[in-house]
Design a binder for this molecule. Structure first.
Ligand code: NDP
Ligand code: GDR
Length: 371
């Protein structure tokens, strides 16, 4: 019997990689996509299957985590064996601008799914994965952060995710639902949203090298993150739902890196060496050398500046995860290290902007200038 999965947030970074993984394992995959005024399925378009095919295994439904009736109807129709709740307003900085919406989608959205399972009497059939986050640790209490480290959320996003974390634990304990939290540390890829710091850096690296952008403006260069590859992390999501008993797991690499260092690594991929000078908001990054003959860049050029508009009212300074439990219990092992991740992201953006440069050189305007 083929298994049926339902993914909220299927059009996001993780949704795309998870869909690929589950299809490769023979699943029938249903996804919830939001109605938008433009197409929003770019990340999964390569997986499209004709609805007229008898063996269609990827099926999308319009929906939203803020709409209980919609969620109940979809779950009733799909009767999923597994739900992966990846849908969320996932940008920490934006959550300070849209706190109420974030609480609704990221916090109460999780409750709506759990309640739908109860209302439909699927407690013994449907397993659910909740996309929890290292942002729960927030203000540093102890490092490395593990399943037993206390939480201290530092943004409306993290507070909403904290509600989702505990309501998942509560429904597991109260109603015997196979409900688990994956506490995932930052994970990136060429599919990462353009306003998260890694992708912002790799895009700017490619554009600056090609003369399509003058400078990269960033916020807190001192922040430290435990960055992994999304492809490795969706494997962990799957494994978490295949265990005998439902439990919560930290998924991380155990290595932390500053934003500033990520910038250096990215520019190094295109042969440009960067040196940082100055402190705080006055810190700047300059080109020291360029070994790639494809890119004409002036030595000494200032290519990175700090713009305080990217600072957060409350910041999470240091994240470094302890993945011991997931490695021992799930047998999870990441295949990518940071160097490999940066290489793949920069190469993808260089490829993307080569095409954009061709368009610009032919007189067409460049899209997506807003950040
Ligand atoms: P993305 O921002 O790339 O994707 C989020 C997805 O959620 C998109 O498909 C988006 O739809 C959808 N979505 C947003 N709001 C709603 C809503 N109200 N109803 C239904 N769907 C909605 O996030 P990632 O793929 O990076 O992350 C997946 C999940 O994992 C998120 O919950 C995130 O908070 C969490 N997480 C991510 C980590 C990371 O480092 N990537 C680490 C830890 C947790 P649309 O495409 O239309 O915008
Ligand atoms: P984060 O990711 O907040 O950790 O949340 P993000 O890439 O946005 O920020 C990481 C760190 O970089 C600093 N930073 C900047 N961030 C952005 N976005 N833009 C900048 O210009 C910039 N300059 C410096 C930030 O201050 C921060 O310290 C991500 C999301 O995917 C969440 O959904 C997820 O839960 C967590 O990772 C784990």
């Amino acid at each position: 019997m083929k298994k049926i999965a339902l993914i909220t947030g299927i059009t996001g970074q993780d949704g795309a990689y998870l869909t690929e993984l589950l299809l490769s394992k023979g699943y029938e995959v249903h996804g919830i996509k939001r109605r938008s005024s433009l197409f929003n399925t770019d990340r999964i378009d390569h997986l499209y299957q004709d609805p007229h095919d008898d063996d269609q295994r990827l099926i999308l439904h319009y929906g939203d985590l803020s709409d209980s009736t919609n969620l109940i109807r979809i779950i009733q129709q799909v009767q999923p064996d597994e739900i992966y709740n990846l849908g969320a307003m996932s940008h920490v900085k934006v959550s300070f601008d849209t706190p109420e919406y974030t609480a609704n989608a990221d916090g109460i959205g999780t409750l709506r799914l759990l309640e739908a399972i109860r209302i439909l009497g699927l407690e013994k059939k449907t397993k659910i994965y909740q996309a929890s986050t290292s942002e729960l640790y927030g203000l540093v209490q102890a490092v490395p952060q593990s399943e037993t480290t206390p939480f201290y959320p530092r943004s409306p996003y993290a507070v909403a995710k904290m509600y989702a974390y505990w309501i998942t634990v509560n429904y597991r304990e109260a109603y015997g639902i196979y409900a688990c939290n994956g506490i995932l540390f930052n994970h990136e890829s060429p599919l990462r949203g353009e306003t998260f710091v890694t992708r912002k850096i790799t895009r700017a690296t490619a554009k600056i090298a090609m003369g399509l952008q003058d400078k990269l403006f960033l916020g807190n260069l001192d922040a430290q993150r435990d960055w992994g590859h999304a492809k490795d992390y969706v494997e962990a999501m799957y494994l978490i739902l295949q265990q005998e008993t439902p439990e919560d797991y930290v998924i991380a690499t155990g290595v932390t890196t500053r934003v500033r260092e990520f910038v250096r690594l990215a520019f190094a991929e295109v042969g440009i060496a960067i040196e940082f000078k100055g402190e705080g908001a006055a810190e700047k990054g300059y080109v020291v050398s360029c070994s790639n003959p494809d890119f004409q860049i002036e030595i000494g050029k200032e290519v990175v500046s700090v713009d305080e508009k990217y600072f957060r009212p409350t910041e999470v300074d240091l994240l470094i995860g302890d993945p011991t439990k997931s490695k021992t219990k799930l047998g999870w092992q990441p295949k990518y290290d940071l160097q490999h991740l940066v290489r793949e992201m920069v190469a993808a953006d260089v490829d993307l902007f080569r095409r954009e440069k061709l368009l610009k050189d032919s007189g067409y305007s460049i899209r997506n200038q807003f950040e």
